[in-house]
Design a protein. Structure first.
Length: 871
């Protein structure tokens, strides 16, 4: 029944394997595709080949690689970790095991109980040797290496965007335009989350500006560009523990660079090397030649070995001070700029890039076991010596600054002279842009004109940061197939060695939910700032703006469909995951901006309903699934609404049932976007949200808009319909509230244009459970639009299907969102009335008004009052 790889030793199939009962074809498709979408490259020694196509073989292969994704909590309870030698296991003669596997195969994917399999005596194996990797960890390592290789290959492609110009303008603005009367430091942070193109930008910058690149990543980690091992080893050792030591290092660096520049001039008779930009490009070619994911090229390796050797050779020499350092720099600048035509005369002449600079922020323990000053602090002080030179440094990192706090140490007068006024820090550069790889692929162009086009994974990867499209375009078949899995590991901040399971830490939960729910942070305390900084550094949160030292950050989970679908797939694959429980947990851990929390609960309901509505049989490695509008509402409302007739009917439409009208309507949203612009949306604009798989929240007059395509899958303005949702605290349906959701007033429809049927829902979440109900608003009046209107009272599982999961948690979240209503919920009507009276005008209930206002006030007819004036 199973096809072994050519390298495996053939064995006679056991007798009882032939008795393994065949599984229904449809069940096999469900479990197989669910498991295949999370499986990665088969580990070495796998008894399966990637060519296995039969459903049963795919099940076994997916089970082989997916075992590491089982419930981590149960694994932690075992006395010893469970390691399974599947090559031997599959030749086991024990029929009891096959009964367990048969039951597992037939159970719904999200309801599998792995305990019988894990505790089966034949599966208990000795613990793996220390440092060894599980098959899944090996698979993740392979995927990371493949992705790093793909990243390296993507660097050979043409640079997209105008990032170099933006960086030049940033430097010009602070060093030239604003330098008087306040001087600025000769260094700045380049800060952004992973995959945004920080290193690639500086590489492109170095083609026209002279840049000395140093990569300080831990050599044991995987990545590209590769680490400069010699520099990392020196700067993170106890040798580089003072200003004189760093001065020696920079002197050696400047002298070795000068040697290279002079050699380039001698070896090349081309007069063009007299121009700085050409010389810069030639130096960049030397430093990047031969680099790969395994390490730098020979020239760069020897270059930094010479620098470190020269630094260590002179470590017992007299202390190097400001004069020697300035002379070494000036010699280098003279060699580079002598007789050259400077195209950027007011800009720095030489730049140093300290890539992965966050490693400089780690203070190492000395022999006395005391925390020493972080190297970045020492380095910044040394760079200050060169403040009057044409040198500028980039500290490139994901964390905002190499060290958040720079301690004050005594500085010897021979090494630095303090100014009258300390210089101001140049604000970090964070502006890298998005969607650069969408050039030539914009929505509406050939190949991007239908919903089927824009949900293909080969299209989706080009939205957002260049990491996804760069890896996908040049990646192997395995990289392309597992790009969603790669996105999951990046979102969770996992390393290959941590890839046995999802630990559900608060940071990971926030990253997953924020990517879909557009959660905003309001960090004010140092502890909260560190949490937000960690989300940028390790969990793909985009930094829009920050001050020096990660002050006053503005961060967001930007619209990236691949990350949102990775989050969706991740949470649905774990049986114990509960979105309301996760939301409750992160509300207690992070300073989330509440604003309208009731609207957030509706968004969570919609998100859960969408995940439940997508097709069960889907190949995630090919596309993001599309949900039909009827299937979405089957998962949102507990009641069958398929026979509902419209509440309002346009003159050009016939009254038809909900099921018939929306039978061809499809929606695509796996996340939402919180708009900060109060301007109107149009149907043309909604096409962009549909293409990115985004719903809209925080709109005037409505809390949420979910667009859909009504007639077919074509991305055409006239094909766009939408769901409008609003949260209201009233306990009684109010027809006039639907008038405030008029699509013509909102700008979604325009007079004289053809319209399509829409759906409007008002949620009154605060209604008590015993009074919960779903009201289908009856036909009211003929209108200019056909709409199906619902008034949803309460948050009961009998009304809303998603509320059936963790009902007590929903109640707690609702209480937090409607806290004002609970204030007046006391044991007697008299106490309730008196408590309400104590807060006049606060709520619309009668008790807040009747003590000081006559109920008949306002009943006078307009004509009775105005007759004297109108006459």
């Amino acid at each position: 029944m199973m096809k072994r790889s050519p390298n495996s030793t053939p064995k006679t199939p056991p007798v009882k394997r032939g008795k393994f009962p065949p599984l229904p074809e449809e069940d096999l498709k469900v479990l197989t595709k669910r498991m295949v979408c999370i499986s990665f490259t088969l580990p070495p020694g796998s008894p399966f080949t990637t060519e296995d196509t039969s459903p049963l073989n795919l099940f076994w292969a997916a089970l082989y690689t997916g075992l590491g994704l089982i419930n981590r909590k149960f694994q932690g309870q075992l006395k010893e970790p469970t390691y399974v030698d599947w090559a031997d296991l599959l030749n086991d003669q024990d029929s009891g095991l096959y009964e367990i596997l048969d039951r597992l195969a037939k159970e719904p994917v999200l309801e599998r109980d792995w305990k019988p399999l894990l505790t089966f005596p034949g599966l208990r194996r000795p613990s793996a040797p220390p440092g060894s990797k599980t098959p899944l960890q090996t698979a993740f390592s392979t995927l990371y290496k493949s992705s790093s290789t793909a990243t390296m290959m993507s660097w050979s492609r043409e640079f997209q965007g105008s990032g170099v110009k933006a960086l030049e303008q940033h430097i010009w603005h602070y060093l030239v335009v604003k330098s008087v009367p306040y001087p600025y430091t000769a260094f700045m942070s380049i800060t952004q989350s992973s995959g945004m193109g920080k290193s690639r930008l500086i590489d492109e910058f170095s083609k026209i500006h002279f840049v000395i690149p140093l990569n300080l990543r831990d050599p044991s980690s995987t990545g590209f560009p590769p680490s400069d091992k010699e520099v990392y080893s020196y700067l993170t050792s106890s040798e580089a523990n003072s200003v004189p030591h760093i001065c020696r290092f920079l002197v050696a660096l400047f002298r070795r660079t000068k040697e290279t520049v002079n050699t380039l001039k001698l070896e090349c008779s081309d007069e063009s090397l007299r121009e700085l930009s050409t010389l810069a490009s030639a130096f960049r070619d030397c430093m990047t030649d031969g680099q790969s994911t395994s390490g730098p090229g020979d020239f760069r390796t020897d270059f930094f070995k010479d620098v470190v050797d020269a630094t260590r050779k002179n470590k017992h020499a007299p202390a190097i001070g400001a004069t020697e350092l300035e002379d070494a720099y000036q010699d280098l600048e003279d060699a580079i700029c002598n007789d050259s035509d400077m195209s950027h005369r007011c800009m720095p002449k030489i730049y140093i890039m300290w890539d992965d600079a966050h490693y400089l922020g780690k203070g190492l323990c000395s022999e006395l076991h005391l925390q020493r000053e972080p190297i970045c602090s020492i380095l910044e002080r040394v760079l200050f010596i060169l403040r009057r030179k044409n040198l500028f440094s980039f500290f490139v990192s994901t964390s905002g600054r190499p060290s958040p706090l720079v301690p004050t140490f005594h500085i010897h007068p021979s090494t630095v002279i303090m100014p009258e006024l300390p210089p101001k820090s140049v604000p970090p550069f964070t502006d890298f842009g998005f969607d650069h790889l969408m050039a030539g692929r914009q929505v509406g162009m050939i190949g991007a004109q239908t919903l089927a086009d824009v949900t293909k994974l080969e299209y989706v990867v080009h939205m957002g940061r260049p990491l996804w499209g760069g890896c996908y375009n040049v990646g192997s078949k395995d990289v392309k197939k597992n790009i969603l899995g790669f996105a999951q590991t990046k979102l969770l901040g996992q390393r290959p060695e941590d890839a046995t399971a999802w630990t559900s830490s608060p940071d990971q939960l926030f990253a997953c939910l924020s990517q879909r729910l557009a959660l905003e942070l309001d960090s004010r305390t140092p502890a909260d700032l560190l949490k937000e900084q960690n989300l940028v550094e390790n969990h793909m949160r985009v930094c829009l703006k920050i001050g020096s030292g990660f002050e006053d950050p503005v961060t967001t989970s930007s619209s990236e469909p691949i990350l949102s679908e990775a989050s969706s797939l991740l949470t649905r694959l774990f049986k114990d995951f509960s979105m309301p429980e996760a939301l409750k947990k992160i509300f207690s851990e992070f300073p989330i901006k509440h604003e309208r929390q009731g609207a957030l609960l509706v968004l969570v309901m919609f998100t859960i309903a969408r995940d439940s509505a997508i097709p069960r049989y889907h190949e995630w490695y090919t596309s993001i699934p599309i949900a039909s509008v009827p299937s979405f509402f089957e998962q949102l409302f507990a009641e069958d609404i398929s026979d509902m007739l419209p509440s309002r009917v346009a003159r050009t439409h016939e009254p038809r049932s909900f099921k018939d009208v929306f039978s061809r309507a499809n929606m695509h949203f796996n996340h939402c976007v919180k708009r900060h612009d109060a301007g109107m949306l149009t149907r043309s604009m909604l096409l962009g949200f549909i293409a990115r798989g985004a719903a809209i929240v925080h709109q005037p007059a409505v809390d949420m808009i979910v667009p859909f395509l009504f007639y077919d899958l074509k991305l055409v303005k006239w094909n766009v319909g939408f769901i409008l949702a609003k949260v209201d605290g009233g306990a009684v349906p109010r027809v006039k509230l639907f008038d405030t959701m008029d699509p013509f007033v909102l700008g979604l429809f325009e007079d004289g244009e053809p319209t399509v049927p829409i759906i409007r829902i008002i949620f009154a979440l605060g209604v008590a459970k015993e009074k919960a109900k779903l009201v289908r608003m009856p036909y009211h009046v003929q209108d200019d639009v056909t709409s199906y209107d619902f008034w949803c009272a309460g948050m009961s599982p009998e009304i809303l299907k998603p509320a059936a999961t963790a009902p007590w948690t929903w109640d707690e979240l609702l209480a937090a969102s409607c806290g004002w209503a609970k204030i007046y919920d006391v044991e007697s009507e008299e106490k309730t009335a008196y408590r309400r009276q104590q807060n006049p005008l606060a709520v619309g209930d009668t008790e807040h008004w009747n003590q000081f206002m006559d109920a008949r006030l306002g009943e006078m007819k307009a004509e009775d009052y105005l007759k004297d004036f109108l006459d």
